[in-house]
Ligand binder design. Structure first.
Ligand SMILES: *[C@@H]1O[C@H](CO)[C@@H](O)[C@H](O)[C@H]1NC(C)=O
Ligand SMILES: *[C@@H]1O[C@H](CO)[C@@H](O)[C@H](O)[C@H]1NC(C)=O
Ligand SMILES: *[C@@H]1O[C@H](CO)[C@@H](O)[C@H](O)[C@H]1NC(C)=O
Ligand SMILES: *[C@@H]1O[C@H](CO)[C@@H](O)[C@H](O)[C@H]1NC(C)=O
Ligand SMILES: *[C@@H]1O[C@H](CO)[C@@H](O)[C@H](O)[C@H]1NC(C)=O
Length: 460
């Protein structure tokens, strides 16, 4: 019987292997180091990630956008006051202007209050966080003493690599899959109300272009997640030939577009010109009613090419199936494009539907095609605008200069219609020419007599 022993010694471990009886081996591992306090490390990690999640770029953005909002609104107010002073002869006009200015003042006060509370919040956050970071640093220094094997350092390096790999993968597959039609219930719950206006600013074109639309692409290209788009009807309040893009909310509010315009055609109007304000962007393409046609156009902003989708025979177009209220109809609003969780929709009316709203799903693939269609019993001329949220069509009507009402809904999952929704929209200007829901952040974006206003949708 052979008897042997191997003793292996390194800085940390003592490994003893010895044959005892016959062929059985016993290994004895002696760690000469202190036990590594994993639980402490994990609290430090938790605390650090909580710190991180508290300081988001969103917070900085919020402040920036508030400041820019103020910067833009104050000169506007000054100008309004100047106009009032100049033209305060007609009594009615004077009273109206005064009301506009009072509204404006109230908004500016709200902005200032919001700014004040945001700043206070930030100051608190900064002092809290500084203290926490100091504590964490001290704790880490303690922990590093244990890290003689450089375990943590290597773990950190490997985490960094993983993160980079993750980002790399995200870059490879930038487009998220479109969400399935939300048949069988909305992930957010039931639409119950909307907030007071959030973003609220005059478009950079000022009061001269009252018709238009704006928003965010719900299915953006990688790197364009924060971008906004704006389309204004630059020719006779009816036609437009380009999309203007902004790389952040603050540049939208400040009216500074670095990406600039993407033009469909240099002539306006011509074949494939944008006709009417109710347009949407989805998947880096603009969907709109094409000039002089009963068709939806899709303008691919990457390839700058246009695809058309013919709507059913009898579809009203060229300002024959408009949104209206008692006093007036909004010209060239025959086709309303909309986005929600499931993609793109088109709302229009036909002769065979006797002017009632018709809703069709737009299948965004190649070729562009019309999906399922639903026929409602609401008369389009009694409606000022529509939007989709979670597979439900909502329609609004004009109540007065300051208020619009979301009064009607049609659920595509059940076919149920309701005429008693009773959600009120607080308006900044009398007419809402475009209204669309963004499934990304559940905001309603309105273009209202050149004002860009947004409201948060509240679900239950
Ligand atoms: C982590 O945060 C908790 C609660 O905020 C605190 O009690 C604890 O001391 C912190 N730990 C470290 C290591 O900073
Ligand atoms: C994060 O913010 C919340 C709410 O402001 C606060 O209660 C919490 O203590 C903060 N956490 C850290 C680590 O700063
Ligand atoms: C800012 O908020 C603080 C604390 O709520 C308040 O005392 C102060 O008057 C506010 N300032 C303004 C300009 O509203
Ligand atoms: C809906 O929201 C508005 C504005 O925030 C509020 O004034 C109103 O009371 C809310 N309505 C309901 C039914 O909650
Ligand atoms: C735009 O064109 C590009 C290149 O052909 C294509 O990959 C992309 O899917 C198109 N986008 C839309 C929305 O059709």
């Amino acid at each position: 019987m052979k008897l042997y022993a191997i003793a292996f010694q390194c800085a940390l471990f003592t490994l003893v292997e010895q044959a005892t009886r016959h062929d059985s081996c016993v290994c004895e591992l002696t760690n000469s180091e202190q036990r590594f306090p994993h639980d402490k490390l994990s609290t430090v990690e938790d605390n650090a990630s909580e710190c991180n999640s508290n300081i988001t770029s969103q917070k900085t953005m919020e402040l920036e956008s508030l400041l820019l909002g103020l910067e833009r609104r104050l000169p506007q107010l000054q100008e309004d006051v100047a106009i009032l002073e100049r033209e305060n002869d007609g009594e009615l006009y004077g009273a109206l202007s005064l009301q506009v200015i009072e509204n404006e003042m109230r908004d500016i006060m709200q902005l200032i209050e919001k700014l004040n509370s945001t700043t206070l919040g930030h100051q608190r956050l900064i002092s809290d966080t500084t203290q926490k970071v100091e504590d964490l640093k001290a704790e880490m220094e303690q922990l590093e003493k244990y890290d003689t094997m450089q375990v943590v350092k290597r773990q950190e390096a490997s985490k960094l690599l993983q993160r980079e790999l993750g980002q790399c993968l995200k870059g490879l597959y930038p487009t998220s899959q479109p969400t399935q039609p939300p048949h069988g219930g909305c992930p957010h719950g039931q639409f119950v109300n909307i907030t007071e206006p959030d973003v609220n600013t005059l478009s950079e074109y000022g009061n001269s272009h009252k018709y238009g639309a704006w928003g965010q692409d719900p299915k953006p290209e990688a790197g364009k997640e924060r971008w906004y788009w704006l389309v204004v009807m630059t020719s006779g309040n009816r036609y437009s030939n380009y999309v203007r893009r902004y790389s952040s909310k603050s540049s939208l509010i400040a009216g500074v577009s670095v990406p600039g315009n993407v033009q469909i055609h240099s002539t306006n109007p011509t074949t494939n010109t944008i006709q009417g304000p109710n347009v949407v962007m989805y998947g880096e393409a603009l969907y709109y009613n094409c000039y002089n046609q009963d068709a939806v156009c899709r303008f691919n902003l990457t390839t700058k090419t246009v695809t058309t989708l013919q709507l059913p025979k009898g579809t009203r177009f060229n300002s024959k199936g408009n949104f209206c209220h008692l006093e007036e109809c909004y010209p060239f609003t025959d086709m309303d494009l909309a986005t929600d969780e499931s993609g793109v929709w088109v709302i229009y009316t036909t002769t065979q539907d006797f002017g009632n709203l018709v809703l069709s799903k737009v299948e965004e693939g190649e070729p562009l095609s019309l999906g399922q269609t639903w026929h409602t019993s609401v008369y389009k001329q009694a409606v000022t605008n529509t939007f989709m949220a979670c597979g439900v069509l909502y329609a609004t009507r004009y109540v007065n200069k300051g208020t619009e009402e979301i009064f009607y809904s049609f659920d595509t999952a059940t076919g149920a219609e309701r005429f008693n929704i009773g959600i009120f929209i607080f308006k900044m200007a009398p007419n809402i020419y475009a209204l669309n829901y963004s499934p990304v952040d559940q905001m309603l974006h309105a273009y209202s007599d050149a004002y860009m206003v947004s409201y948060k949708v509240l679900f239950e």
